[in-house]
Structures are given as structure tokens and as C-alpha cells.
Design a protein. Structure first.
Length: 184
């Protein structure tokens, strides 16, 4: 009886590890919009604080019942930093000698839910969200802002493993580059 109880507890405590095929590139449409909003000037010299944020991968469970015990690798740092960097480069240009821009990450957290269903063989994200709070220093200007984005897939079973989360990160990056653009 003890062996069965121990095995049951081990099974409940263990969580499966899930690595999903996330893309860290911003959507083509967002890049086109950023290029259309291009500002002439000296460009920006970008610095992230903490310096490790662009490599930060969170290992977390889903926010819902399905997959709540999973250990899913969510690349919040690479996803946001790559997208923001690409959009800032497209809209203002990134140069080593440009106006210094420091983005100090106060909080960055992604949430997601897997689609429920008995016949889902591969996990698909059908709800995604992200909160990104940062303190910006651009030359002598300093400000703090919080950016939020959420998406829900109306189809049962989800249409993409990672597409919804990637759209949320795109939305966050667009909000960030437009905020920086407004402060220049």
C-alpha cells in the first residue's frame, strides 16, 4: 500500500517538460509600420538592464488547469528584446554612437493557457497574455510605463502551438517602440 501511495505522489509531483517552437522575430506587418514611422536623427544606442534580460527564459506552468503542472520553456526575454530591438532599428536606427536608450526591465511576465480537449495531441496555446513594465532613460529623459497585451483563440483546440503568444509579444513590442518614438 505504501509503494502505491509513494508512486501516486511521485506521479502527481512530477511534471512534464514542454519545449515549444517559438519564433523571436516580430511580424512583417509590424516592421513595415515601424519603417513607415521612421524618424531621421542620430539613431539610438540601446542597452538592456539587467543585461541578462535578452537571454531570460522562464520555466513555468500554464495559467489554466490544462498544463498547469507542466514545465514549459517561455522565452519572454528573447521574445520581447528581439522584437523591440528590431522595431527600434526599423523606426529610428540603432547605432553605437546614437542617443543612449536604456530599457530597465522592472517586470516582464507572460501567461498562457493550453487548449483543453481529449484529442489534442500537441499542446496549443489558446489564451496568451503579457505584462511588460520598464523604466526608460533616453538621453536626459526618464519615464516608466507598463504595457499589456492579451489574445484569445476562438477556435476549440487552438490554431497554432505558439502563434498566439507570438502575437502578444508583437503587440508589446509595438507599444514599446511607439512609446519610445513619442518621447524623442
Amino acid at each position: 500500500m505504501r509503494i502505491v501511495l509513494v508512486l501516486a505522489l511521485v506521479a502527481l509531483q512530477s511534471a512534464c517538460s514542454i519545449s515549444l517552437p517559438f519564433q523571436n522575430r516580430v511580424s512583417y506587418e509590424a516592421v513595415v509600420d515601424a519603417k513607415a514611422a521612421k524618424k531621421d536623427g542620430p539613431g539610438l544606442s540601446l542597452k538592456w538592464l539587467p543585461a541578462s534580460f535578452p537571454e531570460r527564459v522562464d520555466i513555468q506552468g500554464a495559467s489554466g488547469f490544462v498544463g498547469g503542472a507542466s514545465r514549459t520553456r517561455i522565452p519572454t526575454g528573447p521574445a520581447i528584446s528581439q522584437r523591440v530591438t528590431e522595431l527600434l532599428d526599423a523606426s529610428m536606427g540603432l547605432k553605437a554612437s546614437g542617443t543612449p536608450l536604456t530599457i530597465e526591465v522592472v517586470n516582464a511576465h507572460s501567461t498562457f493557457q493550453y487548449s483543453a480537449g481529449m484529442f489534442n495531441i500537441t499542446p496549443a496555446i489558446d489564451r496568451a497574455g503579457c505584462t511588460f513594465e520598464a523604466r526608460f532613460t533616453l538621453g536626459t529623459k526618464t519615464w516608466t510605463n507598463t504595457f499589456k497585451a492579451e489574445k484569445k483563440d476562438p477556435k476549440i483546440g487552438g490554431t497554432s502551438q505558439t502563434g498566439l503568444m507570438e502575437q502578444v509579444w508583437d503587440d508589446i513590442a509595438v507599444q514599446v517602440y511607439k512609446d519610445v518614438l513619442a518621447h524623442t
